[in-house]
Ligand binder design. Structure first.
Ligand code: NAD
Length: 327
């Protein structure tokens, strides 16, 4: 590919991926499988690395999510809600562990968590009371969906201490609720949701909270935004603390002290995933020590101290072979 072709290809992929992002993040109605999106994103990233001078100002490699919907009040995330860099195979995970460990004086440990396939949300508690809930939006500005989140029974309206904190997690639709909802929709002649992720996002980004209330959504909390708890020095301690406050943390997280332990966790859940009653699309691997996290820092789009390993989508892989991957 010569320089001019590379520039043209970068432009085409940027436009196409921005359209896919709009359909997925704004409309909650993707037109292609995630694997197709991920493949094109990888292609764009590689081209931008080879020809940085041709990166478009609105490149999707530099931006999080999509614009918030006009209909909702806006919420500013004072600490941005970022995305995660992706790993697609064992080598990518090993490379991440190696990169993260380089230059660290202390030994490094990781926390592995299930990557819940839902909608990223932020919850704010003031003096122990749930006062605000928002979507991630474009990472800086999200949509105020407080009334919808209040309908999720596993979100406590009051936590066990009078703390002020902003936490992050994934709201999702369990398989059972998803199947029941689609059955009901089909019986009414309505279009079924393509997957639990779209159903969860579509339910929470509605102006009428009665809709979310009927949909039996759930949540797992996995991170913090604004929280003055400087005595906590590990991500694993934060997860314990959130649980103590009465917040719902996924119990399957594990601390791993070596890349072999990380790989064993990934392998275990690759096999066990069908037995969960909610959808996961991968494993998130995070550096446990918060000082080490700060040392590693952030890119414009994601922390350098975490990575999301994505499970291969078998169904999509078959489709991929039939689809012309180049634009
Ligand atoms: P991502 O899905 O790769 O990972 C980041 C997100 O993971 C976080 O924002 C959070 O919401 C979620 N998450 C779940 N469990 C977590 C945990 N335990 N800890 C931390 N985070 C956790 O990134 P993204 O920016 O949300 O979305 C990009 C992905 O969405 C793409 O890779 C693609 O698979 C999909 N997508 C698909 C289309 C399409 O058209 N099909 C379009 C855009 C995006």
């Amino acid at each position: 590919m010569d320089k001019q072709q590379a520039q043209e290809k970068i432009k085409q992929l940027t436009t196409l991926l921005n359209q896919y992002n709009y359909e997925y993040h704004v409309l909650d109605k993707p037109s292609v499988e995630d694997a197709v999106y991920d493949q094109k994103m990888r292609e764009l990233r590689e081209l931008e690395e080879a020809y940085p001078e041709f990166q478009e100002p609105d490149s999707p490699t530099q931006r999080v999510g999509g614009e918030p919907l006009e209909e909702f009040h806006k919420v500013e995330h004072r600490i941005p809600m970022l995305s995660l860099a992706n790993a697609f195979n064992e080598q990518d995970i090993r490379d991440f562990v190696k990169r993260a460990s380089q230059g660290m004086e202390e030994p490094i440990s990781f926390v592995c968590e299930l990557k819940i396939d839902g909608l990223a949300v932020s919850l704010t508690y003031e003096d122990g009371k749930f006062v605000r809930g928002a979507t991630r939006g474009d990472g800086t500005i999200g949509e105020d969906i407080t009334s919808n989140l209040r309908t999720i029974r596993s979100i406590p309206l009051t936590i066990r201490e009078n703390e002020t904190l902003e936490i992050r997690g994934e709201a999702f639709m369990p398989h059972k609720s998803f199947l029941a909802l689609n059955k009901e929709r089909e019986a009414k002649g309505e279009e079924p949701f393509a997957n639990p992720r779209n159903a969860a996002a579509g339910s929470l980004r509605q102006l009428d909270p009665k809709i979310a209330a009927k949909r039996n959504l759930d949540i797992f909390l996995y991170g913090v935004g604004e929280w003055d708890n400087s005595n906590v020095t590990k991500h694993s301690e934060r997860l314990e603390r959130l649980k103590e406050l009465g917040l719902k943390v996924n119990p399957e997280w594990r601390k791993c002290d070596s890349v072999e332990e990380v790989m064993a966790y990934v392998q275990y859940w690759t096999t066990e995933r069908p037995h969960l009653d909610y959808e996961i699309d991968g494993i998130v691997i995070k550096v446990d020590d918060i000082n080490q996290q700060e040392k590693l820092g952030y890119t414009a789009k994601s922390p350098r101290w975490a990575i999301a390993y994505k499970f291969p989508a078998e169904e999509a892989v078959t489709k991929l072979t039939d689809i012309e991957l180049s634009v």
